[in-house]
Design a protein around this ligand. Sequence first.
Ligand SMILES: NC(=O)c1ccc[n+]([C@@H]2O[C@H](COP(=O)([O-])OP(=O)(O)OC[C@H]3O[C@@H](n4cnc5c(N)ncnc54)[C@H](O)[C@@H]3O)[C@@H](O)[C@H]2O)c1
Length: 328
Amino acid sequence: MQVAVFSAKAYDEQYLNQARGDISLTFIESRLNKQTVSLAQGFDAVCVFVNDQLDKAVLSALHAQGVRHIALRCAGFNNVDLDSAKALGIGVSRVPAYSPEAVAEHTLALVLTLNRKLHKAYNRIKEGNFSLDGLLGFNLHGKTIGLIGTGRIGIATARLFHGFGCQLLCHDPYPSAEVIQLGGQYTSMDELCERADIISLHCPLTPDTRHLIDAKRLAKMKNGVMLINTSRGALVDTQAVIQALKSQKIGFLGLDVYEMEGDLFFEDLSNQIIQDDVFQRLCTFPNVLITGHQGFFTQEALCQIAAVTLNNLRLAGQGKSDELTRLA
Ligand SMILES: NC(=O)c1ccc[n+]([C@@H]2O[C@H](COP(=O)([O-])OP(=O)(O)OC[C@H]3O[C@@H](n4cnc5c(N)ncnc54)[C@H](O)[C@@H]3O)[C@@H](O)[C@H]2O)c1
C-alpha cells in the first residue's frame, strides 16, 4: 500500500518509519487541503493529522485520484466530513486511545503552572529576581474540579486530581463507573459551571459542543475560575473568553488548543508577523498560558500512534478498516 503522510514533521517520520513494515510511506510537509490535495495523486491512502482539512471538496478530489482510505493519526475526527467519506466509500480510521495519560498529565501541568506561576518564576530567577510578589498560588487539595467529558482522557484526568485530594464534579451524557468510584459526582453543565473552581474540557468537538463555553456559561462560573482546554479550540468562544478575562471572571486560562490554531500551530512563525489579533490579545494576559497542541506529544504516545496508524493502514489494505465511517 502506498500512503501519503500529510503535515509530516521529523518526529512523525521517525516514529511512523519505525512501525511501517511493508507499507510505503511518502512524507509531505504540507497540510492536506484544497490547494494540496493533488499531491495525493497515485496513493492508495492518506495519513493525516488534526489540522488537515477533509471537507467534501477535498474528499471528492481524493476519491477521484484513487485514494480509498484516510488514516487519522490522532483521536479527534472533527476535521473530517464523515458523511461525505461514507457516501464516497472512503474508509476512515483513527487512533482512539493512544495515551490518555499524555493529555491528562499536560492538563495537570497547565493547572499547576498557572496556579503556582512557574512560567513567571522561571524567568524571574534567570533575571536574579527572587521576589515572591505576584506568585501567590492556592492549594489544589480540597478544590472542586469540573470535568466536562469523562471518556478516556477525562478519566485519566480525574485519577490525577483525585490523587491531589480534589472533589470531582463531572458532566457527561455517559457517566463513568470509575469516576463515580473515585467519588466523582455527575451534574448538569450549569451546576458544574456554578460550583467548580477549575473547569477542564475533555469532550469532542461536534456541532453540538461548538462554543459549549460561551458568554452565558462563563457568566455562571465562579469569579476567578480557572478554565483549561486541552480538547479542541472551538469548544470555547474565544471572544467571550477574552471579555471574561478582561472582567476578571476568568482568573486563569490554560489552552493547548485554539479555535483558529490551523493557521498557527505546529509551525515556527518566530520570524513572521502574526496576523491573528484575537490570538495576540490572548497572549497579552498575564494569567493566560498557551501551549501549541502538545498534549499528545510524549514518546509513549507517538509510539502508540505510529503502531495503531500502521495497523489501521494494514487492515485497510485488506479491506477491513472503516471504523469511523461505520459510525457516521
Ligand atoms: N491536546 C491534545 O493533544 C489532544 C490529544 C488527544 C485528544 N484530544 C481531544 O480530547 C478529546 C477527548 O478525547 P478522549 O480520548 O477522552 O475521547 P473519548 O471519546 O474517550 O471521551 C469523550 C467523552 O466526551 C463525552 N461527551 C460528548 N459530548 C459531551 C458533552 N456535550 N458534554 C460532556 N461530555 C460529552 C463522551 O460521552 C465521552 O465520554 C478528543 O475529542 C480530542 O478532541 C486532544
